[in-house]
Design a protein around this ligand. Structure first.
Ligand code: EPZ
Length: 417
């Protein structure tokens, strides 16, 4: 296993280009199962999760090739309908093949994803939606088995605006008979990108990005040609790095408008944002001012940026209160940040951070994707050397992170554990 070794304390300067969005690429790759033929998806990031999704789709009978950010998926011969435990257990987003498989083959057998470090993360809302569309759902030794001769349009209300739940039902609805309404739908940009990819295949979808999405089923779809949107969480992570190191970073090929809640919050810390062609220049102050926030579904402050903001607040001037409302256990980074000298107390889902003048490097352990990102953010501003072990968590969502950071002047190396 690899670890990253960082010697912090430098202001990072220069420009970096963000990769395509992991959380848009994954559902769109699953959507290719809906149409026979050769699909071409561009701006795909080279990440572990993308390779895992590619392997899963290939297991179902498709051809999959990823070269130079272009994914070619040939879904002419989809004959298997099982997503096995060994793949699903390494990537929860595997559940996204459920809707497309029931739609394409009339059946799907997908391992229940099980919990993960940040919470139980059930999929009851995905299954409720499919049942309303006429699927029979049975659970058998850790697998969900969904069957339907032909899915029918239905009105589906989500108690929680689930991102992958909205994506699964949208994909189940595009070839269903009649109209499907998804109410209290997730509004994330990745949901919109999936809708645009499906529309490029011939689907009839209205309202993606709003709370009510309307899908009129069509007879068949054609292979997609689509480019994935830039990764807004990678963009936000580089903003956090500019802020905490007092740096000056130009982030290229990003969609700043996908991060309004984050940019507004970071401006309150004293950071400066300047528009540049197809990107943004971000300048950090001498010392950040403390700010507070609560994570909410889009367009609120994203839970995927909570850990990175917390790392910034560890060295800010003043006290910050961060409330995590989306997942029940998304504070795994707190113990590691405290080993660096951070002053953080947790009460239920609320963390109070009292900014300290300096953080000191320490040996750390990554636990989940965004927690490991927050440790990198803190390490870049800490005095001395930090090593972050189990960096495979980070590789799931950040493409070549150490190369990008080196190009900004960071003293960082990847080493064998
Ligand atoms: C997506 O996960 C993202 N993953 C997550 O990003 C992100 O943190 C999350 O949305 C919230 O924005 C992908 O898009 C692949 P949810 P998802 O369903 O869809 C509860 C990352 O870092 N819920 O919106 O699994 C659930 O427990 C990852 O890239 C149910 O109760 O999240 C959670 O508390 C981490 N029943 C809340 O809803 C359900 O059937 C939001 O979950 C579904 C969800």
């Amino acid at each position: 296993m690899d670890k990253l070794v960082i010697r912090g304390g430098k202001r990072l300067k220069g420009s970096v280009t963000v990769s395509g969005s992991k959380n848009a690429a994954l559902p769109i790759m699953a959507a290719t199962l809906l149409a026979p033929g050769e699909h071409i998806l561009r701006n795909v990031p080279h990440l572990r999760d993308v390779s895992t999704m590619g392997r899963l789709i290939a297991n179902l009978g498709a051809g999959f090739l990823l070269e130079k950010k272009k994914a070619i998926l040939d879904c002419s011969e989809i004959k298997h309908y099982e997503a096995p435990y060994d793949l699903v257990s390494t990537m929860r987003a595997s559940v996204l093949v459920l809707g497309p498989l029931v739609s394409r083959l009339g059946k799907a057998k997908v391992s229940l994803p099980g919990g993960c470090a940040i919470g139980a993360r059930p999929i009851n809302l995905h299954l409720m939606g499919l049942e309303k569309m006429g699927a029979t759902i049975t659970l058998d030794s850790g697998y969900v088995i969904a069957k339907a001769k032909k899915l029918k349009g239905a009105s589906i209300y989500f108690d929680i605006p689930t991102v992958t739940g909205t994506e699964n039902i949208m994909m189940a609805a595009v070839l269903a008979e009649g109209r499907t309404l998804i109410e209290n739908a997730a509004r994330e940009p990745e949901v919109v990108d999936l809708a645009n990819a499906l529309i490029s295949m011939g689907a009839k979808i209205k309202g993606a990005g709003e709370s009510v999405i309307e899908v009129d089923g069509v007879k068949k779809l054609k292979p997609l040609r689509h480019a994935v949107i830039p990764d807004r969480i990678e963009t936000g992570t580089f903003m956090a790095i500019a802020g905490i190191t007092g740096g000056d970073i130009t982030i290229k090929n990003c969609r700043v408008e996908h991060l309004d809640a984050v940019v507004n919050k970071l401006k309150d810390t004293g950071m400066e944002f300047r528009q540049v062609p197809r990107g943004v220049r971000v300048i950090g102050p001498e010392r950040l001012k403390a700010v507070s926030t609560t994570t909410m579904p889009y367009p609120g402050f994203p839970t995927d940026m909570q850990a990175q903001l917390m790392a910034m607040m560890c060295r800010a001037e003043g006290a910050s209160v961060i409330s995590e409302k989306i997942f029940e256990n998304r504070f795994m980074h707190v113990a590691e940040l405290k080993r660096m000298g951070a002053d953080i107390t947790i009460e239920g889902g609320i963390a109070t951070i009292k900014g300290v003048k300096k953080l000191t490097g320490a040996p750390l352990m990554a636990t989940d994707l965004r927690a490991s990102a927050s440790l990198i953010v803190a390490a870049l501003a800490a005095e001395g050397e930090t090593s972050v072990k189990r960096i495979y968590h980070l590789d799931r969502g950040y493409e070549r992170i150490e190369e990008k950071l080196k190009s900004l002047g960071a003293d960082i190396t990847r080493e064998k554990e």
